[in-house]
Design a protein around this ligand. Structure first.
Ligand code: SF4
Length: 279
């Protein structure tokens, strides 16, 4: 999985004391995103899923923490890695919260096959040709046509392979071509797509709470301590945790400033820049 860092204790990204994991890679490019440095899929940030899971379980044991938050970046841009990590750590945590720029409806529709792709944000997006765009950059997950380069099961390699081709449209511009082996590729792509859809579904099944939707700066009213803008929804799937989230949602926003490695980190849901400037 591509991650930038994991840190504990964190008390501003969900109820109680938590571990927080910042994943790398997000194609939505919301204007005002707090972590634009995490947009680019940086292969140097790759860590083996099993190793990451062990490290998180070790952190939890050592710190006596049973709650964890995945933010980013967008963890759902790496669904296969995400589900591997979530499934491995699930028995060790009572509260798993994931932030995503996709809406829950979109994730579910993609998972059940009624939608062909995971849509990025429909509005307020910074264009994708901003300077941060790089050769290893990602794009929204979607069902590709059968003529794209063959892909591997790894999210990282898959995104890389997708980037190598120029574009692929629906209906596919190549469909009339008589390409040897096209049927075989179609079949393997269908298997691949089914795997990605299954990963999204299984990842959703692993989480206790999901905070969904893109960040829309004009809708950042500073009111909610767990979400950045009012279009985002806090979904609590585990009934036993509803009370904890209800309490957390009534708290004011809080920022936790910590020293991490050779830098300082400001953890939490921030206000709009114009409202946080000193008078
Ligand atoms: S979805 Fe989240 S990480 Fe991605 S650009 Fe929007 S605010 Fe940033």
């Amino acid at each position: 999985m591509l991650i930038d860092r994991a840190y504990a204790p964190v008390e501003t990204l969900g109820p109680g004391t938590r571990i927080a994991v910042w994943t790398v890679g997000c194609s939505k490019r919301c204007e005002g995103c707090a972590n634009p440095e995490l947009w680019r899929n940086d292969p140097a940030k790759d860590i083996d899923d099993a190793r990451l899971s062990e490290a998180l379980i070790g952190m939890a044991r050592q710190a006596g923490i049973q709650r964890i938050t995945f933010t980013g970046g967008d963890p759902f841009e790496q669904p296969e890695s995400l589900v591997r990590v979530l499934a491995a750590i699930r028995p060790h945590f009572k509260d798993i919260l994931v932030y995503t720029g996709y809406t829950l409806d979109n994730l579910r529709a993609f998972a059940d096959g009624s939608k062909r792709e995971l849509q990025g944000m429909p509005h307020a997006a910074v264009p994708c040709d901003t300077p941060i765009h790089a050769p290893y950059d990602s794009e929204p997950l979607r069902t590709p046509c059968a003529h794209e380069p063959s892909r591997t099961s790894s999210d990282r390699e898959r995104l890389s392979a997708l980037y190598e081709r120029e574009s692929c449209c629906t209906p596919c511009e190549h469909e009339s071509r008589d390409e040897p082996g096209a049927n075989g590729r179609q079949q393997s792509d269908r298997i691949e797509d089914a795997r990605v859809r299954a990963a999204v579904k299984e990842a959703l099944d692993c989480v206790d709470a999901l905070i969904d939707g893109p960040y829309v700066e004009s809708l950042n009213d500073g009111a909610c301590p767990l979400r950045g803008s009012s279009n985002q929804i806090v979904h609590v799937f585990s009934e036993s945790l509803q009370g904890d989230y209800d309490v957390a949602l009534k708290q004011p926003r809080r920022i936790q400033n910590v020293h991490f490695g050779d830098t300082f980190m400001s953890i939490g849901i921030h206000g709009r820049p114009t409202t946080t400037q000193p008078a």
